[in-house]
Write a protein that binds this ligand. Structure first.
Ligand SMILES: NC(=O)c1ccc[n+]([C@@H]2O[C@H](COP(=O)([O-])OP(=O)(O)OC[C@H]3O[C@@H](n4cnc5c(N)ncnc54)[C@H](OP(=O)(O)O)[C@@H]3O)[C@@H](O)[C@H]2O)c1
Length: 230
């Protein structure tokens, strides 16, 4: 179940601007939660998906489906055009091999950054991962994934875009609590509900002090607005 709408209304109380936000990987489990929160808060929430049959799921949460392929489209500029912010929430997934970590987790993130720069969109929020600070310490299965995430993060940070790099712990489908641990000290481990990751992403988009920050995210005890006072 996609939850967190009430939590978002609380989270975003006091923020009063609306944006057009493109979420790459728009049918992902975090992305659908995020799109629902953004739409409920009055933003134009657009989700980039490569499979037209997924469009109805986006419409059902109040989002606008945009058909495009992170790997096969030469540029994402036509989809990014007109946005105020972009979020990279796509991923090749655990069933994929190293090649798709390069084309999706790295290549897609770079393509999104390049499109943002070419369209004058300055805000980029990245769904990264714990472990990306030291891919070499991971096992052989995780290493290609974490290398791709680390390179993608470095590219976005080096691009000069107003970026926030969010590195969640192990994702769960537990209901969100709105309570998290956020830390700039990298190298920790722990679970975090996808509901809360989505709520943190939504909050980052309206919290300019998260620009230029890389942080890890876990389930915790601190209300999200407080946790994002970085
Ligand atoms: N699992 C963990 O514990 C964990 C921990 C930390 C961070 N993360 C990161 O968090 C991300 C989001 O998690 P999640 O659970 O929401 O992932 P998810 O449900 O697997 O969503 C990933 C989305 O990316 C899309 N995608 C893949 N290739 C694409 C392409 N070429 N063009 C457009 N879209 C494409 C997929 O769409 P299709 O249906 O078309 O394939 C899917 O909807 C993960 O990808 C991972 O990088 C995961």
């Amino acid at each position: 179940m996609i939850g967190g709408q009430a939590a978002s209304a609380v989270l975003l109380a006091g923020y009063d601007w609306v944006m057009d936000i493109l979420v790459a990987g728009g049918h992902g489990q975090i992305a659908l939660r995020l799109l629902k929160l953004l739409a409920a808060d009055g933003h134009t929430a657009r989700g980039l998906i490569r499979k037209p049959e997924q469009a109805a799921d986006l419409t059902a949460v109040g989002a606008v489906p945009v058909i495009g392929d992170l790997e096969n489209d030469p540029s994402l500029a036509p989809y990014v055009k007109g946005s105020d912010a972009v979020v990279f929430a796509a991923g090749a997934g655990p069933g994929s091999g190293p090649a798709r970590k390069r084309t999706v987790d790295l290549g897609g993130a770079i393509k999104l950054a390049d499109a943002a720069m070419s369209e004058g969109v300055t805000r980029y929020v990245m769904v990264s991962s714990i472990g990306a600070q030291d891919p070499s310490s991971a096992g052989p299965t995780m290493q290609p994934y974490l290398e791709a995430k680390a390179e993608a993060d470095a590219y976005v940070i080096g691009s000069g875009l107003d970026c926030t790099i969010v590195r969640p712990g192990s994702l769960t489908d537990d209901p969100g609590t709105g309570l998290v641990t956020v830390t700039r000290d990298l190298g920790n481990r722990g679970p975090v509900p996808r509901d809360d990751v989505a709520a943190v992403l939504a909050a980052c988009l309206v919290t300019p002090t998260t620009i230029g920050v890389t942080f890890e995210l876990f389930a915790g005890d601190t209300p999200i607005p407080e946790a994002l006072k970085l």
